[in-house]
Design a protein around this ligand. Structure first.
Ligand code: MTE
Length: 327
């Protein structure tokens, strides 16, 4: 007889999170629209959220598509992060090297937004974001998010599996990597005038990683288009890797036969590598990775290998043990 043992992230949130912290999604969506849930939970109203820039961008016509259907295979063992906390503590160096970039990020124009898919593909594709959304299987997933700086969140992302975009691209067999690139527009993103950074922000995955079930392109969060500071209109979400792999506001997916040199690798190769898989036993050169601080509650919890997603991804690294998989 086959006995299915639920994996860590398959626990229903109701079993894994305190009752008070569990938000029923239907009620959440209705309540978010009415502005009642956040107020009832002691969280700011949608008006206050809009003022804080954590509401969906007003210039995002995809709002009508939300909320997406939840994929029940991806669940959490912890409470979702308060959306305001999530929206006011960000890394987006294009808008500054501090955590309060949310206000400046509102200047990012997100329409028109063209996405280029090129390199070792059957045919170069240039597609507008709304046409891309129309082609992709849209869904919602609850993911943990672990920054290399040892803070963590839990986010209900909306978007589509990166695998679906790889299928659309039809890469040649010589393509071994997917390279993702952020927009370049120093007029709205003053950080890009800082010449000592290797703009545009670039990172990448192997094709095997990109087609793994967990690799996700997020277009929304909390059941609506995501706030600009998260990297709207599309950003990567690979929850088994440190946050710096999660390229924001992507304009280009390029298929390559060589491992790309990433933004952080170029700046600080001793500290940041290509793989960046989460591992509590491999310290950052300047701090331990044993535990993480949950934004919102401030609780410290143990960090897990591959951020707890080993059953999905550990096999990707068989035979690569000699590579620096955890920085
Ligand atoms: N993408 C771009 N284009 N620019 C950035 O500075 N910062 C990265 C990543 N993606 C960054 C980026 C880092 S260091 C982290 S931890 C995450 O975005 C933060 O994502 P969040 O602000 O949505 O939590």
């Amino acid at each position: 007889m086959l006995i299915k043992i639920p994996r860590g992230w398959e626990l229903p949130e109701s079993a894994a999170t305190p009752e008070a912290a569990y938000w029923n999604r239907r009620t959440l969506m209705k309540g978010l629209a009415a502005g009642t849930i956040l107020a009832a939970a002691g969280l700011p109203s949608t008006r206050a959220l809009a003022a804080k820039g954590s509401d969906a961008p007003a210039d995002d016509p995809s709002a009508k598509l939300y909320p997406f259907k939840k994929n029940e295979a991806f669940r959490l063992d912890r409470a979702l992060t308060d959306p305001e906390v999530n929206a006011t503590y960000n890394n987006f160096y294009e808008f500054g090297s501090h955590k309060e970039i949310w206000k400046d990020a509102q200047k990012l124009p997100i329409r028109p937004w063209m996405v280029t898919i090129d390199g070792l593909v059957e045919k170069k594709i240039e597609i507008a974001i709304d046409d891309l959304l129309a082609k992709m299987p849209l869904e919602e997933r609850l993911y943990r998010h672990r920054c290399v700086e040892a803070w963590a969140m839990a986010i209900p992302w909306s978007g589509f599996p990166l695998k679906a975009l790889v299928e659309l691209a039809k890469p040649a067999s010589a393509a071994k990597f997917v390279v993702m690139e952020t927009f370049m527009n120093p007029k709205v993103a003053p950080g890009q005038k800082q010449f000592w950074y290797p703009w545009p922000y670039v990172d990448g995955l192997t094709i095997e990683e990109a087609t793994n079930d967990l690799a996700f392109i997020a277009t929304g969060a909390y059941g609506r288009p995501m706030a600009k500071q998260h990297g709207s209109p599309l950003r990567l979400a690979v929850p088994w890797k440190y946050g710096f792999k999660h390229v924001k506001s992507i304009v280009r997916f390029s298929f390559a036969d060589k491992q790309p040199k990433t933004f952080w690798q170029t700046i600080q190769p001793q500290e940041y590598g290509f793989w960046a898989n989460v591992n509590p036993d491999v310290s950052h050169p300047r701090w331990s990775q044993k535990t993480e601080r949950l934004l919102g509650s401030g609780d410290r919890v143990p960090t897990q290998l591959y951020n707890g997603y080993g059953e999905f991804v550990a096999a990707l690294y068989a035979g690569r043990e000699k590579e620096p998989l955890f920085k």
